[in-house]
Design a protein around this ligand. Structure first.
Ligand code: CP3
Length: 351
């Protein structure tokens, strides 16, 4: 029978959550952005029978594809299968995926911004929370489940441009031509993401991640003026939730000094941002990243040496979660992923 002291001792955290808290870990935890997706034949099989939107709205299917990479690889975390655009549909935005998001009527006027409904997650997107409940029940205890959303500026880019773009010229023009409206839209998006992330945590998400996929389009002054305040607003709205918050800052090396102000547990960086530099700027936070997804196409020896490079750059201090620097590419060989996951574990195991 357990003693009173043993009963009170906290159960040891799964390695992913320990790393989020910058605690020592038995091995460096690893998961992969877009780990459920088209590089897996089992995903393509499920996807062939439905649409992408259909997949996100069917909790049994979303749960199935979320679990697929966990069955195949020794990953340390799972991320719920959905998309950053899903809550926007709940706010009344009509969109489709081709495969990137295409908005029926891009948002460019005050009237359109005012017409966006405040999000009521359990009413507008109940299937997301149901997917989280189902998936949590199907995951092993040592694999935490991550819930996520897009950052306000990244969502703003898709909503204003109406489709994927490399430059997002229209949304960036809008910031400067209509700063008051732009801020209004960013704040409405932030408020929706607060209730959305809170609902995901309530349904069982054990960490919450914000994807700032397009923040790197902004220079430091515009990042600080537009993107950062909206992220701060979300973080303030999550203060009492009690799960770690991860902020993925894609191509944001120049914005890291601003990002250092954010009260988040973990910052994810892309492969262009050296982890040693990120560690130096982001003191007091854990870091996540940052193997270039292209290196998964290299011969085995090169891949392993690039993984060594990421681990060496992260250094021995606690608080590194291994990941790619951005989402895995659909053409990737799943065997290269197995090699990556197993090698990170092997190389960093402390007995
Ligand atoms: O495994 C996971 O990481 C969870 C699933 C996930 C998807 N999208 C599935 C998806 C996550 C976390 C996202 C986030 C997302 N969606 C982001 C942020 C991450 C990033 O890549 O920067 C962004 C910008 C989007 C918007 C979006 N949705 C794009 C640009 C695309 C097309 C991309 C592509 O890979 O072709 C989508 C569609 C999408 N979302 C797919 C998947 C698996 C492909 C759709 C399909 O299967 O037909």
């Amino acid at each position: 029978m357990a003693t009173a002291a043993a009963a009170k001792a906290p159960a040891s955290l799964p390695p992913f959550l320990a790393a989020c808290a910058r605690q020592p870990v038995p091995h460096t935890p690893i998961w992969i952005m877009r780990q459920a997706g088209r590089y897996l034949p089992e995903y393509r099989k499920v996807r062939a029978a439905t649409t992408f939107a259909g997949l996100t709205r069917d909790p049994a299917l979303a749960c199935e594809v979320t679990l697929q990479p966990i069955r195949r690889f020794a990953l340390d975390a799972s991320i719920i299968f959905s998309d950053i655009m899903v809550p926007l549909e709940g706010m009344g935005v009509k969109l489709d995926y081709a495969p990137g998001p295409v908005i029926e009527t891009p948002i460019q006027t005050r009237a359109q911004i005012e017409a966006l409904r405040p999000l009521v997650p359990e009413q507008d997107v109940p299937f997301v929370m149901e997917s989280i409940r189902l998936t949590r029940a199907g995951l092993p205890a040592h694999v935490p489940l991550i819930g996520f959303c897009g950052s306000p500026f990244t969502l703003f880019c898709y909503l204003v441009a109406g489709k994927p773009s490399k430059e997002f010229a229209l949304p960036r023009q809008f910031l400067h031509a209509e700063p008051v409206l732009a801020t209004m839209l960013l704040e409405r998006l932030a408020d929706a993401m607060i209730v959305y992330l809170r609902a995901q945590a309530g349904a069982g998400a054990q960490a919450l991640m914000m994807f700032e996929s397009w923040g790197g389009l902004l220079g430091p002054a515009d990042y600080a003026a537009f993107a950062l305040p909206a992220v701060k607003r979300i973080i303030a709205g999550l203060k009492d939730v009690g799960v770690p918050v991860i902020y993925f800052a894609n191509n944001c090396m120049g914005n890291l000094p601003s990002i250092a102000q954010l009260d988040v547990d973990v910052v994810g960086v892309d492969w262009r941002t050296p982890l040693s530099y990120a560690r130096g700027v982001l003191k007091g936070k854990a870091i996540q990243g940052n193997l270039d997804p292209a290196t998964l196409f290299a011969p085995k020896e090169t891949l392993l040496s690039r993984i060594d490079g990421v681990l060496a750059d992260a250094g021995p201090a606690p608080g590194h979660i291994f990941n790619l620097g951005h989402g895995i590419w659909p053409e990737t060989d799943p065997d290269a992923v197995a090699r990556l996951v197993d090698y990170v574990h092997e190389k960093t195991s402390h007995g």
